[in-house]
Design a binder for this molecule. Structure first.
Ligand code: HDE
Length: 703
């Protein structure tokens, strides 16, 4: 509980004075005040602790007179309100944060002294923040964008922040390019749009001039950037880090998060419509899951390798545009993270949390990845201006949960009150002031040699081999989505030379992909491929890079929407509901009116959503259970036809009874394995666990 709350609670015994002026209030006449639940209310006070008698009227000179400057209550309230916002993050402003814990299941004692990675069974508290990158804090949850995946582990040896993304590679190899990359993706500075979108000229102009981004381009054009839920994304630390053991030996490590619910994405048309139907689609999904006790869970896995092994890789592991295929270095699962507590206050926690890749603990160290090295500077620097003081580590969400003590002092918003004469180390005047300890943090003893210069390793020059490997590893459906995404994005680019330059790069990745995109853009001729700085290797496909096939055989975390109307068969609704919930799904009832529908047996079934505001894009599969009369009524409502048509178009399973079938026919859809009669509920449940990929070519003209 915050100090302020404690203070207020502590005074709750004091009687509030009679709020006489409520009788005059325009906004809340006393007779109409809602009766709030729960015991005695503490008195409302100013920040100085003075009880407030009237929170509805400012102090005036006469009933129709001017407001008086003397009104300290008004001034304090408005001044505080005026300063409620802090600068939002330059990137990753939009996010959802949740508390939870990490539990180690396998020790890495051979490789590290870090207790969080060696003490099996130990539960370490975490705060995890999952974000989009490009949009502002108020932007939608579902643009085509990378997701940030930042975890703060409050370990016994200090805070360790693993600040990663849901994609294992990055756009650039050197931090000095980051401001240009972000300026290119953000809204264009003269017109102030688009918000949170890569589909515009400046982004693709920069991409077309940055061959090292081509691997990442493949990932962002894949459905990885269209997650179904934040609970269904993978996470990656991206850079190589080092683990240091008791003998001082170091091993390289890459960190991976794998979601227990499996990996799942939406399709593009669906994503676009979700953004309109529910701007907070991902945040709401996470909130509701936590409220329902369906705690999302991820496995933490590592890839471990030595300097010698790294020397044999066909790429440089210090290059953040490259990944280490799982087939080359297998993943070892070492723990799990469970998110089980929604923050008390969004601003205090999700907004004020400050992650920093430089926050590591003894036994972990950095690699020389030049992107990581730049990040080690950037985060603390940006947080100084975002949070306004070097004391932001004292904000509860940022504070280590282990003891911490040093001789740093003062600064804006200092919350501690150190006692005594000594504020330096070493000293001989204080017997209990903090001292260095031998088990404290030590950097890996690495020898560095070489000439100083603005240079890059030669092996960083291969920009296409892994881009090609990613593309050829995908299923045909996923390849089609990548091609179509490129066509969509480049169609929004006004400058034809930029479109052509991008297709030129694609020629190095896959000639068929280049042909499909050139065709989708109706280019007059195939452009020239740009020169390459290194030979393109024929790397083998890596099936682990796919999304399709990583869905789990469960409806856990999925939502089934059932469309009903007056006269729907109660037994059919309950049977469907039971089958869906037995398979782990959540069920939502949709009706013309939110009060619900009167079923055939006379019972009233309350709706979770009104049809007009609850389209099928919000569900993973749908049921249509209607009487003949109900079907006739809904035939006159475009939203009802769209409900079915969109579910079909988004490759979802649809189940219907006899009345529902009449409406399904009006949606003019073709029968397939995912269009199922209510008499075969099992077939529906099986179909709901996947998407009907075979249907796609009949509903959409893709590249
Ligand atoms: Fe970040 N990044 N980044 N980044 N990043 C920030 O820090 C930066 C990079 C990532 O939920 C900022 O506090 C530079 C890679 C996440 O609060 C800023 C470079 C990866 C978050 C910053 C990178 C990330 C950030 C903005 C190139 C994946 C959100 C506000 C060298 C491994 C953390 C802030 C949260 C946030 C700088 C590249 C992940 C400006 C200079 C690569 C998840 O400091």
């Amino acid at each position: 509980m915050s100090k302020e709350n404690q203070k207020v609670a502590g005074r709750s015994g004091r009687q509030s004075k009679n709020p006489v002026s409520l009788e005059n209030s325009q906004s809340a006449p006393s007779g109409e005040l809602h009766q709030l639940a729960g015991g005695e209310h503490p008195p409302l006070t100013t920040n100085q602790g003075v009880e407030v008698a009237d929170n509805q009227n400012s102090l005036k000179a006469g009933v129709r007179g001017p407001v008086l400057l003397e009104d300290f209550i008004l001034r304090e309230k408005i001044t505080h309100f005026d300063h409620e916002r802090i600068p939002e993050r330059i990137v990753h402003a939009r996010a959802t944060g949740v508390h939870g814990y990490f539990e180690l299941t396998a020790s890495l004692q051979q490789y590290t002294t870090a207790r969080i990675l060696t003490e099996v069974g130990e539960k370490t508290p975490v705060f995890t923040r999952i974000s989009t990158v490009a949009g502002g804090a108020g932007s939608v949850d579902t643009p085509r964008d990378v997701r940030g995946f930042a975890v703060k582990f409050y370990t016994r040896e200090g805070n360790w922040d693993l600040v990663g993304n849901n994609i294992p590679v990055f756009f650039i190899q050197d931090a000095i390019k980051f401001p240009d990359l972000i300026h290119a993706v953000k809204m264009e500075p003269d017109r102030g749009y688009p918000q949170s979108a890569t589909a515009h000229d400046t982004f693709w102009d920069y991409m077309s001039l940055t061959p090292e981004a081509m691997h990442m381009v493949m990932w962002i054009m894949s459905d990885r950037t269209l997650p179904r839920s934040l609970r269904m994304i993978e996470g990656f630390g991206i850079h190589s880090f080092r683990l240091i053991n008791a003998a001082g030996e170091s091993t390289f490590v890459k960190f991976h998060w794998r979601p227990k619910l499996g990996l799942q994405s939406t399709v593009w048309d669906e994503t676009v419509k979700i953004s309109g139907a529910d701007q907070d689609f991902h945040r709401r999904d996470m909130f509701e899951a936590i409220e329902a006790g369906h705690y999302p869970e991820w496995e933490l896995a590592v890839q471990l390798f030595t300097e010698e092994e790294a020397g044999k890789f066909p790429f440089d592991h210090l290059d953040a545009t490259k990944l280490i295929p799982e087939e080359l270095v297998p993943l070892q699962v070492i723990g799990r993270m469970v998110l089980d507590r929604w923050p008390d206050n969004f601003f205090a926690e999700t907004e004020q949390v400050a992650y920093c890749p430089a926050n590591i603990v003894p036994g972990i160290d950095f690699s020389n990845d030049p992107l990581l090295q730049g990040r080690l500077f950037s985060y603390l620097d940006t947080q100084l201006s975002r949070l306004g003081s070097p004391n932001f580590h004292q904000i509860p969400v940022n504070m280590p949960k282990c003891p911490f003590a040093n001789q740093q002092r003062d600064g804006h918003m200092q919350m501690t009150q150190p006692a005594g004469r000594v504020a330096y180390e070493p000293n001989s005047l204080s017997g209990d002031s903090p001292r260095e300890t031998p088990q404290g943090f030590r950097s890996a003893a690495v020898t560095e040699t070489g000439e100083k210069g603005r240079i890059r390793p030669e092996r960083f020059a291969d920009h296409y081999s892994q881009a090609r490997q990613f593309y050829i590893s995908q299923t045909p459906h996923e390849q089609t989505h990548i091609a179509s995404a490129l066509v969509f994005e480049l169609s929004k680019v006004e400058h034809v030379h930029v479109r052509k330059a991008m297709v030129g790069h694609l020629l190095h990745i896959d000639a068929d992909l280049a042909r499909r995109v050139a065709g989708g853009l109706a280019l007059d001729a195939m452009p020239e491929a740009p020169p390459t700085a290194a030979p393109i290797l024929k790397l083998p496909p890596s099936p682990a890079l796919r999304t399709i096939g990583k869905m789990k055989d469960t409806l856990m975390g999925r939502v089934i929407g059932i469309l009903v109307a007056d006269g729907s068969d109660a037994a059919a609704v309950s049977k469907l509901k039971k089958a869906a919930t037995d398979a782990g799904a959540t069920v939502r009832i949709v009706a013309l009116k939110v009060g619900g529908a009167k079923l055939a047996d006379g019972s009233m079934l309350a709706a979770d959503g009104q049809l007009a505001g609850t389209p099928s894009v919000l569900f993973d599969a749908v049921g249509v259970i209607l009487s003949d009369e109900g079907a006739k009524t809904l035939a006159g409502e475009a939203a009802a036809i769209d409900f079915i048509r969109d579910a079909y178009g988004h490759l979802k399973a649809i189940v219907f009874d006899k009345g529902g079938q009449a409406l399904v026919k009006m949606a003019n859809i073709k029968a397939d394995a995912g269009v199922v009669a209510a008499s075969d509920i099992d077939a529906f449940i099986a179909a709901a666990k996947t998407r009907q990929w075979a249907r796609e070519k009949s509903v959409r003209i893709l590249a």
